[in-house]
Design a protein around this ligand. Structure first.
Ligand SMILES: *Cc1c(COP(=O)(O)O)cnc(C)c1O
Length: 353
């Protein structure tokens, strides 16, 4: 397939790169590709960023048949454009597609399309420490038709957004509310897919937690409300004694690429890493015996988000005096170092655009 290019008549004014926040500004161009049953994916193109036309009966608006991804491009020290494991994001998008009855696409072709799009928008990649160009690929069902049924037409779109540093004032631990009423996903559902429904299901709990003064929720398993799943939209890790523990992938947990990378790095550095079930009671018991050394979340947006306090059933649990611990710091420094080209990429995680 040829990737076609449609030139914009006028380019936008760039935002203040010192004050980007997250997901507020979008670049001059976007990627679009269509799908039709019997024809497959066709007409991949880079076109001026702008609104897309939709019929009010457009399927995705009613039943949420959609998937997305999130990854980042960084400006390396010598000006190179660095992408972190984009092939993993494309592989995961196809896993989400399978669950959501959306047709598979050619992953190698899409990694190439991301490279070309990012290269086109090179001037939009911020270069201050911690900043990056956030890449948001997503697919929507576009049939104009009511009736709950998988679509026959789709659009694959990628938009780009320059984003600021997650930690302009240095890495800061967050306070977490252990959610014991609502759940985001259940085994057999769509928790392992990056699909809109999971995030819609999470809004209410997030709102309630924020009203109580917490930044994020810790999700427990939907059935027994006993085992730890994830924290907000991040995977979660605990350091208890000398064991680094993260919940095993069980169908309701999203398989994070930061999670996967952190596990590999820590094993390589000689840590004992376990992917297993961990109950919230085990965390509280370990803490009461002085054996809970660290807790932190992992995800593309923040890389690492140390946890300074949990609140479960009204009982507050401070972690590591509200400071980042050595395991979290090691992962943060190594991953951000590889992403920015400061540390040698001995794992082959970087793709240059
Ligand atoms: C995206 C996401 C993560 C983190 O995945 P990364 O690939 O590390 O960015 C974790 N949990 C949920 C629910 C997510 O949507």
């Amino acid at each position: 397939m040829e990737l076609r290019f449609e030139k914009a008549e006028k380019l936008k004014e760039k935002p203040d790169m010192n004050n980007l926040g997250f997901g507020q500004y979008f670049t001059d161009y976007m990627f679009v590709m269509d799908y039709k049953e019997g024809k497959g994916w066709y007409d991949p193109r880079i076109v001026p960023y702008g609104p897309i036309e939709m019929d009010p009966s457009c399927m995705v608006l009613h039943y949420g048949q959609t998937v997305f991804e999130g990854l980042k491009a960084y400006k390396g020290e010598n000006g190179e454009i660095l992408l972190f494991r984009p092939e993993k994001n494309m592989a995961r998008l196809n896993i989400s597609n399978e669950r959501m009855c959306i047709p598979q696409f050619d992953e190698a072709f899409m990694v190439e399309a991301i490279r070309k799009l990012v290269k086109t928008e090179e001037d939009w990649i911020p270069s201050l420490p911690g900043t990056s160009l956030y890449i948001r690929p997503f697919i929507i069902a576009t049939d104009s038709k009511l009736g709950v049924h998988p679509g026959t037409t789709y659009k694959f779109i990628i938009v780009l957004s320059p984003v600021g540093s997650y930690y302009p004032q240095g890495v800061k631990p967050v306070d977490i509310y252990v959610e014991d009423v609502y759940c985001r996903a259940v085994k057999g559902g769509t928790g392992f897919a990056k699909t809109a429904a999971n995030y819609a299901a999470s809004l209410k709990a997030q709102k309630v937690a924020e009203e109580k003064g917490y930044t994020q929720v810790l999700w427990l398993d939907a059935i027994e409300k006993k085992y730890v799943e994830e924290v907000g939209t991040m995977n979660v890790f605990f350091v208890i004694d000398n064991e680094v523990i993260t919940p095993e992938l069980n169908g309701s947990i999203l398989a994070g690429i930061t999670r996967m990378s952190a596990i590999e790095l820590l094993k390589d550095a000689g840590y004992r890493v376990s992917e297993r079930k961990i109950s919230i009671q085990e965390v509280y018991t370990a803490a009461s015996e002085g054996r809970l050394n660290e807790a932190f979340g992992t995800g593309t947006a923040a890389v690492i988000s140390p946890i300074g306090e949990f609140c479960w059933d009204g009982v507050k649990l401070p972690v590591n005096n509200g400071e980042i611990g050595p395991v979290a710091a090691k992962i943060y420094d190594t991953i951000t170092g590889i992403q920015s080209g400061r540390i040698e990429d001995k794992y082959g995680w970087i793709t240059k655009a």
